[in-house]
Design a protein around this ligand. Structure first.
Ligand code: DLZ
Ligand code: SF4
Length: 509
């Protein structure tokens, strides 16, 4: 019988991935390839490329041990065709196969490339997600608004996680109001578990350094997990040492502590090193054993079975043009300090520096510092989207685009968020200690030293008055602005405008 090709992509490294379940070990050939197209359709952070290539090589070794006929192409192989479809064609010729079994990729670009390939490609749904396309569509059908909270309750019922019969454990679905404590003075957790690269991972690091060393981001030290055993240890470490306090401080930010109580396991879940349901069950166990409080465990589980699944549902529901939306018509260019951290805004500089070094920043740094700034300053959402897709270890389009285009930049016209996530410096000052060492003064609303977030907040509101004035959740802010005396209002807007001009000219701000 003629063999078929079984495609495994760099974020499909799960032993029970759909394509493998459909395949026949006795006759089919597994294809994996490090290709320049995937590594350069955006200029990813070198740590992200290293994670994916190192994990791909480990996964390939495991499949070979399991007896699969596997054809693996390294980036430097002279025969490398440079793209996923190119590699499939090459392997098809080599083996005589004309059929490909694939798992649906997490990006429209690749789904379409596979559809257009001159081969018979069957894309099987990625069932590592708990909500199938059919389930999400069934849930979305006929609803006026697609809000995460209601979707999440369905997922709790479906999985039985934190359920007591048909009631939520602890009497509430959501304990978020307990999860907004400001930054603690000291953090008792030393951060996520780190791993020393072995010889194979070192070889990948050398390759990435040679090929992508000039991209934004620091490659070494590289201490992320690259295979499931390590990722499981990182998860256990988080559950034991950080989960108990994760809830309380999940929105807090500290100038000298990059990870606080965050798990930093999203990249591992997304590429297939950890199974989302197993992760949630482990956290639930900690609560049952009395080792972690309900607000922490519920908040953590909600991120995985709620937010993660919901965001993916939105990506596929909304379609391929989602990433091009620009509902607020923002056109300003992304300022240079998103790359070189050369800004006097301490919160932004620290977030960009940590992004450069770790390919990681936590959700509030992404949402309320860099995301908030980009939205207030009116940066083109397509550029913001590309930045996030490039710089974070866990950024794959299905998860990154709805978070950035929808949640953070409000460019999808309100599909995900009911109002834009904007704030003045006050919120950052409450949740972080950056302001203490900032050249700007967070308490100053106007003048030389005024925090730019304070100026831009009103500039944003005024720019979009027509759109948001009648939004019940924003009307109060318009009343506050309108109560200021006219001269003050004019000063705020003029200074905001001057700030934006200086920024766009490339002057240091
Ligand atoms: C992100 C990425 C990178 C950097 N490189 C590869 C690669 O060389 N080969 C591969 O199969 N996959 C890679 N990936 C992951 C894909 O881009 C990913 O599958 C899509 O973005 C869909 O999520
Ligand atoms: Fe950021 Fe403003 Fe605080 Fe400076 S004063 S750290 S710019 S919020």
């Amino acid at each position: 019988m003629v063999s078929r090709l079984v495609l495994i992509l760099g974020d499909q490294l799960s032993p029970d991935i759909a394509a493998l379940k459909q395949a026949d070990k006795a006759r089919d050939v597994v294809v994996m390839a490090e290709v320049s197209d995937e590594a350069s359709y955006v200029q990813h952070h070198p740590k992200k490329i290293a994670l994916i290539f190192a994990a791909m090589r480990k996964f390939a070794a495991r499949l070979r041990e399991d007896g699969w006929d596997l054809r693996y192409t390294e980036l430097d192989d002279t025969q490398n065709a440079g793209s996923i479809v190119g590699e499939l064609l090459r392997r098809a010729e080599e083996t005589g196969a004309s059929e490909v079994i694939a798992t649906e990729p997490g990006e429209w670009r690749l789904i379409e490339a596979l559809n257009d390939a001159p081969l018979t490609v069957t894309q099987h749904e990625d069932d590592r997600f708990l909500a199938s396309h059919a389930m999400f569509e069934g849930w979305a059908k006929g609803r006026k608004a697609l809000r995460m909270e209601y979707f999440y309750r369905e997922m709790r019922r479906k999985t039985g996680l934190l359920m007591e019969g048909d009631q939520p454990a602890g009497g509430q679905w959501n304990f978020d109001h307990d999860n907004r404590k400001p930054a603690p003075d000291s953090v008792t957790h030393s951060g996520p578990m780190q791993f020393t690269p072995d010889a194979e991972t070192e070889a990948v690091l050398d390759l990435v350094e040679a090929r992508f060393g000039n991209s934004f981001g620091v490659l070494r030290p590289f201490d992320y997990a690259v295979e499931p055993g390590q990722a499981k240890r990182a998860l256990s470490h988080f559950i034991k040492y950080a989960l108990p306090k994760f809830g309380d401080f999940q929105d807090a930010m500290l100038d000298d502590n990059r990870f606080l109580y965050h798990s930093v396991i999203s990249p591992y879940i997304h590429i297939g090193l950890l199974d989302p349901l197993e992760v949630c069950r482990a956290a639930e166990e900690a609560w049952k054993d009395g080792d972690a409080p309900i607000n922490a465990v519920e908040g953590f589980i909600r991120q995985i079975i709620g937010w993660r699944e919901y965001i993916r549902g939105i990506y596929f529901h909304e379609g391929a043009e989602y990433t091009r939306r620009n509902g607020l018509n923002h056109q300003r260019k992304l300022p240079g300090f998103f790359w070189d951290a050369e800004t006097d805004m301490r919160c932004v500089a620290r977030t960009v520096e940590q992004t450069r070094d770790e390919a990681y920043a936590h959700h509030i740094q992404r949402l309320m510092v860099t995301g908030n700034f980009a939205l207030l300053a009116g940066i083109n959402p397509a550029e913001v989207h590309e930045w996030y897709l490039r710089v974070y270890l866990d950024a794959f389009e299905w998860v990154e685009a709805p978070n950035v285009i929808g949640m953070s930049q409000f460019a999808d016209g309100g599909v995900i968020a009911s109002k834009p996530y904007v704030s003045s410096g006050n919120y950052i000052n409450k949740m972080a200690d950056y302001c203490k060492s900032c050249r700007y003064k967070v308490k100053d609303k106007t003048g030389e030293d005024a925090c730019p977030f304070n100026l831009l907040y009103w500039h944003f509101m005024e720019r979009h008055r027509e759109r948001f004035e009648n939004n019940p959740r924003m009307a109060q802010m318009y009343r506050t602005f309108d109560r200021m005396d006219a001269e003050r209002r004019e000063t705020v807007l003029r200074e905001a405008e001057a700030f934006l001009d200086r920024m766009s000219k490339g002057e240091r701000v």
